[in-house]
Design a binder for this molecule. Structure first.
Ligand SMILES: Nc1ncnc2c1ncn2[C@@H]1O[C@H](COP(=O)(O)OP(=O)(O)O)[C@@H](O)[C@H]1O
Ligand SMILES: [Mg+2]
Length: 269
């Protein structure tokens, strides 16, 4: 049996609108350019919007696969020319906006056969600390908390980390500071969150990196294209490429640990 080397990453935030979906999809693009294959899962079951950002109108989605209306393999859509696959979710469908343990187990069972085809699984979560967010966050091998320098983003992300730490004993959080003016601003924002986590929770988040505030990003969103396609050389795109390279080094460093665990799981390790 081949050793598992797939890294599953939950992309989280306390506050909404901080850039989780754009970060997830552009990391998937950047990693494909570097030779790695990603699956991007829309895990925002209430307000899914990955399809909108990609300008695609998928016929089926995660909820259809969970309700037995479609095979999981039929709701994985290749995004070209970016080269990653997307598993879209339905938005505004009242059934299945929340993740019960039964649904989680069904999801894991349906996903299991396909996960090993990828180097990365990115789970683009909804904002906040709902049960669904907590369940997805606990399933992944790694977590990226996306923050911005706004004080509300810092307090909300601290609350999210605290909830996950208290409930699951989680200690490992990577922090990505989005919409910054400079690397120095990213460092200062990280230090505020890091200080609170060390002092009150006795855990040490890791700064994954930053993405600069860039007008090209809202433009790419309006054009429904990934930033890396719309404006590949812009400052935010270059930052996302550096982040992808950093993540790849982290995945290599985790190789033994990844080989010894399931790609997604019910009990956090
Ligand atoms: N680095 C950035 N520079 C400029 N605007 C950004 C940046 N990142 C995100 N945005 C803006 O924030 C909006 C919300 O991003 P999105 O990825 O949908 O956030 P979330 O998934 O966390 O709700 C985008 O539509 C874009 O206008
Ligand atoms: Mg989003």
């Amino acid at each position: 049996m081949a050793l598992n080397s797939t890294l599953s990453v939950a992309v989280l935030s306390g506050k909404g609108g901080v850039g989780k979906t754009n970060v997830s999809l552009n990391l998937a693009c950047a990693l494909y350019q570097a030779g790695f294959k990603a699956l991007l899962m829309d895990c925002d079951l209430g307000l899914a919007n990955l399809d909108v950002l990609l300008g695609i109108t998928p016929e089926g989605n995660l909820q259809n696969a969970l309700l037995g209306e479609a095979a999981l393999s039929d709701v994985l859509y290749p995004v070209e020319p970016e080269g990653f696959d997307v598993l879209p979710a339905a938005s505004g469908v009242p059934e299945l906006t929340e993740m019960s343990p039964d649904i989680r187990d069904l999801l894991l069972q349906r996903l299991e056969p396909v996960l090993g085809n990828y180097d990365y699984i990115f789970m683009d979560l909804g904002a906040g600390i709902s049960e669904t967010v907590q369940t997805f966050a606990a399933m992944a091998a790694a977590r990226i908390v996306v923050i911005t320098p706004e004080p509300t983003s810092l307090t909300d992300s601290y609350a999210l980390i605290k909830v996950l730490h208290n409930r699951f004993g989680m200690r490992d959080f990577m922090v990505l500071v989005n919409q910054v003016a400079s690397p120095r601003e990213a460092q200062a924002s990280f230090e505020k969150l890091d200080g609170a986590c060390r002092h009150f929770l006795h855990l040490e988040p890791v700064l994954l990196g930053h993405v600069r505030n860039d007008n090209k990003l809202p433009e790419a969103v309006c054009r429904q294209q990934p930033l890396l396609r719309f404006a590949p050389g812009c400052p935010a795109a270059r930052d996302l490429q550096s982040l992808a390279a950093r993540l790849q080094r982290i995945r290599l460093g985790m190789a033994d640990w990844l080989a010894a665990r399931k790609i997604l799981q019910t009990v956090p390790q």
